[in-house]
Design a protein around this ligand. Structure first.
Ligand SMILES: [Zn+2]
Length: 51
């Protein structure tokens, strides 16, 4: 999994919880786990949004 960036929203496919990243991850293999499975990025911060 690619490192998460600030502004990314992670969602758990098991319970539906959502997390917003407030600081970039520097790991080469970023795995944030919830409910025993790796969370998926819901919204990519493509830089199109303001500020
Ligand atoms: Zn979960």
């Amino acid at each position: 999994m690619e490192p998460v960036k600030k502004g990314d929203v992670l969602v758990c496919s098991e319970c539906g919880v959502e997390l917003e990243v407030t600081k970039n991850c520097d790991c080469s293999n970023c795995e944030i786990v919830c409910c025993g499975s790796v969370m998926e990025v819901k919204v990519k911060s493509s830089g199109g949004s303001c500020c």
